[in-house]
Design a protein around this ligand. Structure first.
Ligand SMILES: C[S@@+](CC[C@H](N)C(=O)[O-])C[C@H]1O[C@@H](n2cnc3c(N)ncnc32)[C@H](O)[C@@H]1O
Length: 229
């Protein structure tokens, strides 16, 4: 597990059942600079987008309407709010919202032109396996965008991290998670690293998958009958 303690799936589901009703008002605003940066990049792209750990769907209305978007999450309580948002905002470019484990995505290889995971990698029980899945479902020439908190133990950011530690633990974050856990093992090319507000506490990592097969994404179909949005 690369020195990272395992947070188990049931704990994630339990923790986010409690977070769901207050999530948008609590963690929503503090993490918004990271979402905005990722969404700005994603909206320049074309085709299909998979949002892994879509949560309450706070980003969904902000994706450009030319993108066909699929969201997955482990927490039924977070997904209930995401589906409600899709209905209330009449988001016609959302292809599906599925209850699914990011470490076992039920999509074919190379299904999506873009894959994004925002504030998810330190929450998932097995981040290395999740990274493999993000790589697998991304089409050749596609991009994987990760926004996360990565540990740093000095300077202002170190102080802010200690201050935020109780909230971070409540969200199920692992405080020792370093960006190298991802960058050292990925088969993707890291093309951009951006430190984000507040205090550089969050980082966006943007990766590209080699274009060797030169094919676009497949349909993004799940390998079973999809649940309705
Ligand atoms: C901090 S929230 C981030 C939500 C959203 N991406 C955002 O920007 O606010 C982390 C989300 O990851 C989800 N999650 C945790 N482990 C997961 C897993 N193994 N598979 C799918 N989703 C998972 C949680 O249920 C939660 O909705």
């Amino acid at each position: 597990m690369n020195g990272i303690a395992r947070i188990d799936e049931q704990s994630v589901i339990k923790a986010y059942a409690r977070w769901a009703p207050v999530y948008d008002l609590s963690f929503g605003p503090v993490a918004d600079a990271g979402r905005k940066r990722a969404i700005d990049i994603i909206n320049q792209r074309k085709g299909t987008l998979l949002e892994v750990g879509v949560g309450t769907g706070v980003a969904l209305p902000r994706y450009a309407s030319h993108l066909t978007v699929t969201g997955i999450d482990l927490s039924p309580d977070m997904l209930r709010i995401a589906r409600q948002r899709v209905r209330e905002r009449k988001l016609t470019n959302i292809a599906g919202i599925y209850e699914m484990d990011a470490s076992e995505l039920r999509f074919e290889d190379a299904s999506f032109d873009t894959v994004v995971a925002m504030y998810v990698m330190t929450v998932v029980p097995d981040p290395v396996q999740v990274l493999k899945e993000l790589e697998r479902v991304c089409a050749p020439g596609g991009e994987v965008v990760i926004v996360n908190h990565f540990a740093q133990d000095h300077g202002v950011r170190g102080w802010v991290e200690s201050f935020m530690a109780p909230a971070a633990r409540a969200l199920g974050w692992h405080p020792d998670f370093r960006a190298e856990t991802i960058t050292d093992i990925t088969t993707l090319d890291l093309v951009e690293t951006v430190k984000l507000k507040p205090f550089g506490l969050f980082t966006m990592l943007r990766f590209k998958k080699a274009d060797d097969a030169a094919e676009g994404a497949s349909s993004g179909a799940v390998d079973e009958s999809p649940t309705a949005i």
